[in-house]
Design a protein around this ligand. Structure first.
Ligand code: GTP
Ligand code: MG
Length: 206
């Protein structure tokens, strides 16, 4: 699988430091400690690729990973593809100035990045749809940016409540006019990994 070939490129403190804006990119967004970096590791099959931490607010950069070029339609050039781990959002202990910095950087990134094909929104299945998640979904709806929600840490709850959380989320997304999909996921139990990979590859091709 293509995601297996992910390699670290750089960590950016502002969007001007990101790689040249061509090809196709999928960004991982979510609240601090939701499990973004763990999901990236599970999806790429590389345990130490994105740094994970018990301390929320670990990723205070935009971390970029290259993927092997994607084959396009017959006769077209292969497509450069990347994954981007966005800084965790909404962690109270991060100083105000830094929070404001990231709020504007993420906002600008989502609005201006031409190569951005979609957002993977990582949500802790036990705490669905906090303010940041709603903001992201609202943004995706407004800009028609496709979104795929991973309800992660599903290993922490049993099957029934997990399905109920997924149904509630899907209902809410429909209501808000989000062009998106959602699934149950677990980085620890490697639950939903194939489904998520397929969806990400689909997003990169759009
Ligand atoms: P920041 O970069 O700090 O915003 O966090 P993050 O969203 O990248 O979260 P990270 O992947 O570092 O995970 C946060 C904590 O949740 C770590 O202690 C992980 O081990 C744990 N965690 C992440 N995913 C899962 C999961 O699927 N199941 C369980 N049980 N724990 C998880
Ligand atoms: Mg992280």
């Amino acid at each position: 699988n293509v995601l297996n070939g992910a390699t670290f490129v750089l960590a950016a403190h502002e969007i001007t430091q990101l790689p040249y804006d061509s090809g196709a990119e999928v960004a991982f967004a979510g609240r601090s400690n939701a499990g973004k970096s763990s999901a990236l590791n599970a999806l790429t099959g590389h345990n130490g690729l994105a740094r994970t931490s018990k301390t929320p607010g670990r990723t205070q950069q935009m971390v970029v990973f290259d993927l092997p070029p994607l084959k396009g339609a017959e006769g077209t050039e292969p497509l450069t593809a990347r994954l981007v781990d966005l800084p965790g959002y909404g962690y109270a202990k991060v100083p105000e100035a830094i929070r404001l910095h990231w709020r504007s950087e993420i906002d600008a990134y989502l609005k201006m990045r031409r190569s951005l094909r979609g957002v993977v929104l990582i949500v802790d299945i036990r705490h669905p749809l906090k303010e940041f998640d709603r903001m992201m979904l609202g943004f995706c709806a407004a800009t028609e940016l496709p979104c795929h929600v991973l309800l992660t840490k599903a290993d922490k709850i049993s099957r029934g409540p997990a399905s109920a959380a997924l149904e509630a989320l899907r209902k809410e997304m429909r209501k808000d006019g989000v062009t998106g999909t959602a699934q149950v996921f677990s980085s620890s139990a490697k639950n939903g990994v194939e489904e998520a990979r397929a969806r990400i590859i689909e997003l990169l091709h759009t």
